[in-house]
Write a protein that binds this ligand. Structure first.
Ligand code: C2E
Ligand code: CA
Ligand code: CA
Ligand code: CA
Length: 281
């Protein structure tokens, strides 16, 4: 037994060492990616549940690794976050997506009431330059701040609630809106809902996935949606893939949805295509 334990520990140590080495290599690659402009943005439409009109887009970061091809954000965002690189990459995401929307506005395909969702990581949000960076980008690009929706998770609050509320309030004063992302997956989502100035609630896709056959998930989505509506928030169902799921989230009064049923995230050209074709129907 002792022998086995030692083997297990050695195995574990090797596993951890490999993992740590892998993270270091990735971190180096991410540095290079930033210098060489190898990041790009995809856009996923947000759709009105009742009219099926596209009412906005969420910008999603993509990284094409020179050898490994497309790497999932789930794999590299945590590394950006722990290394602090997310501050710079996040600034780029904000600026690039806003510039893109400006172009679409000028082309007349982005309507005045459409919203742009941008994910903001905790580290980026807490960085001392954040509010300044945002202000500068808005001025430089010249865009109405109220079309921007910053998607945050409750992880943003971990360190200091007062500071979080203060930063959010300054951004709200600029006209920016906030969405609480992945709602229901954390420990204290409901209490934060009361304390943070958010206007939009995004029901996590883990609740939507099995909604057609799992009664518990149905109850949760219906309850979260009812609560959001009663608090005057717009509710977005994430990860809607089928018509049956759409019927249910409509029944539960979610106002918007995102999901493969309309479209997966696509590059800017393909999104422009969606705006010009899907909108007519
Ligand atoms: P998220 O913010 O919850 O984004 C939604 C994720 O769900 C996206 O994954 C999207 O591709 C995926 N998705 C959308 N519709 C469906 C569907 O119908 N079915 C399924 N199975 N999935 C769907 P993605 O693009 O891989 O991003 C993963 C996460 O990485 C995001 O989750 C977000 O937390 C993070 N992320 C992505 N881009 C950024 C960014 O620019 N900044 C920061 N800080 N985080 C980002
Ligand atoms: Ca999001
Ligand atoms: Ca989400
Ligand atoms: Ca998520």
């Amino acid at each position: 037994v002792k022998e086995q334990g030692r083997d297990a520990i050695q195995f574990f140590n090797k596993y951890m060492a490999d993992k740590a080495r892998n993270v270091l290599v990735m971190e180096g690659d991410l540095h290079k990616a930033l210098e060489q402009h190898r990041f790009s943005l995809y856009y996923q439409p947000r759709v009105d549940v009742t009219t099926s009109q596209i009412v906005g887009a969420e910008a999603l970061l993509r990284w094409e690794h020179p050898d490994r091809g497309m790497i999932s954000p789930a794999e590299f965002i945590p590394i950006l976050e722990t290394s602090g690189l997310i501050v710079e990459v996040g600034r780029w995401v904000l600026e690039d997506s806003i510039r893109q929307v400006k172009i679409w506005q000028e082309q007349g395909i982005w309507k005045d009431d459409m919203r742009l969702g941008v994910n903001i990581s905790p580290r980026q949000f807490r960085s001392s330059e954040f509010v300044n960076d945002v202000t500068k980008i808005l001025q430089e690009v010249g865009i109405n701040p109220s079309l921007i929706e910053m998607e945050i998770t409750e992880g943003i609050v971990i360190h200091n609630l007062e500071e979080t509320v203060a930063t959010m309030s300054s951004l709200c004063e600029l006209g920016i809106n906030f969405a609480l992302d992945d709602f229901g997956t954390g420990y204290s989502s409901i209490s934060y809902l009361k304390q943070l100035p958010v206007a939009i609630l995004k029901v996590d896709q883990s609740f939507v996935r099995d909604i057609t056959f799992d009664r518990n998930d149905r109850v949760l989505v219906e309850t979260i949606s009812a609560m959001g509506n009663m608090l005057g928030l717009d509710v977005v169902a994430e990860g809607v893939e089928t018509c049956d799921q759409l019927h249910l989230v409509r029944e539960y009064n979610c106002k918007y949805y995102q999901g493969y049923l309309c479209s997966p995230p696509v590059n800017a050209d393909a999104f422009a295509e969606l705006l010009t074709t899907k909108d007519i129907t």
